[in-house]
Design a protein around this ligand. Sequence first.
Ligand code: ADP
Ligand code: X2W
Length: 390
Amino acid sequence: MSGGGDSRQLESMDRLEACPVELSCHECASVARVRGNPPGLPLSGSFVRRTQALKCRILPHVQTYAVWQQPREYPVNTVLNPPLQKRSKPRKIVLQDAIQKADVLIEAMGWIRQFRDKITVIKLGGSVMEDPDALRHLLVDIVFMETVGMKPIVVHGGGAAISRAMAEAKIEPRFIHGRRYTDEATLAIVERVLAGEINESLAESIEEFGGRAMPLNFSGQNNNVLFGERLEILDEEGKPIDLGYVGTVTQVDRETLDNLTYAGQVPVIPSMCETASGERLNVNADTAATAVAQAVGAEKLIFLSDVNGVRRDKEDPDSLIHTLSADEAQELIADGRIESGMIPKVQACLETLTKGVGKIHIIDGRLRHSLLLEIYTNRGVGTEIIAEPI
Ligand SMILES: Nc1ncnc2c1ncn2[C@@H]1O[C@H](COP(=O)(O)OP(=O)(O)O)[C@@H](O)[C@H]1O
Ligand SMILES: CC(=O)N[C@@H](CCC(=O)OP(=O)(O)O)C(=O)O
C-alpha cells in the first residue's frame, strides 16, 4: 500500500516463530506485544492485519503498517463467484446476460459514489443470525460494500444464542423492559457466547468471503471499543429497577474505528462494554449500535432483524409502516402494538434521530440482498424512522 515501507520487516515477520512477539512502530517507536502464530506455522492474514491496525493507533502510521498486509486472496468459486453453469448457453444469450450485468454495474455507480467513504453502521440481530443462509448473504453484502469503498461497521447481538446457552446451563432468562436481567453466571455466558464465539465467527466468515474484518472483543490483548456504566432504569413509581450487570455505552473509541475503516477493515463489535474500573457489562445490541453510529457520525444506521420492519399489527406483514415518525412510534409503544425486542430497537432509533446520523432503517435481514437494496433503492425495503411526520 504505502510505497515507503520497510520490506525487511515483512521478511522477518514472515519467519516469526516466537509467540507472543514484540513489534515496534518505526515512526513513533511505540512497542506492542501481539499474539503470534503457533511456532512454525506461516503467518495468517488476520494476524498481520491485527498487528497493522491495533499496534499503532496514529492514523498516518496505519499506512506504514499496511506494507505488512499480505496480498489479498479472493476465494474462488464461492458465493462471491457464482458456480459455473452446468449446461452451456448459446453464445448470443451469454453475451446478452453479460451486457445486462454490465448495465447493472453502471447503474450502481451513482450509488457507490454516493456512499463511498461513508460509514454505514449495521446492527445484526440475533434473530437473523439464527438463519445461516440469510447470515451468509448478509455478510457477502457487507464484503461487497467494503470492496467498493464503503465503510461498513458491524455491531451485533446474539440474544437467541445467549438464551440457548442459558437453557443449557439451566438458567431461566428474564427480561425487564426488553433487557436481559444479567447476574454473574449470565454475564459469563454473554461474554463467552456474544463477545467470544459469535464475534470471532462473524469476523472469520467476513474474511472467508474475501473481506477484511477485525473482531473487537476482550480476548487476547483486549481491543474492546465500547466503554460505559451500569444502566439505571426506573419503575412507574420512580424507583430504580435492578438489572444486574447491564450497561449503557457512554464512550466509543472512535480513533480505533476510524483507523480500521481507513485501513479497509470491517470492525465487528459485540454488544458489551467496559466500565472505568474494568467491569464488563451486557449491553442491548440495538443501543450499542446507536452509540457507535452517533460516535462515528454514520451516514446510515441499519437494523437487520427477522421481520420486514415495524408493523401496525405485529402478526401482519402487510401492515408494514414504510415511514415511521417519532410521534407515531411513541403511540405504538404506548398502546402495546410495538412490543418485546422491537421496543429497545425503536427507542434507540428515536434517541439517535437528533444526533447526527443521516438515516435510520429497520429491515428484514432474511430478504436476500436486503442490505444492498436498502442502499441502492430510493425507497428502501423496510421501515425508515424519521423525526417529523411527512
Ligand atoms: N410492531 C411490531 N412490528 C414488528 N415486529 C415486532 C413488533 N412488536 C414486536 N415485534 C417483535 O420484535 C422482534 C424483533 O426484535 P428482536 O427479537 O429483539 O430482534 P433482533 O434479534 O433482530 O434484535 C420481531 O421478531 C417481532 O416478533
Ligand atoms: C442487556 C441485554 O438485553 N443484552 C442483550 C444483548 C444481545 C442482544 O441485544 O441481542 P439481539 O440483538 O439479538 O436482541 C441480551 O443479553 O440479549
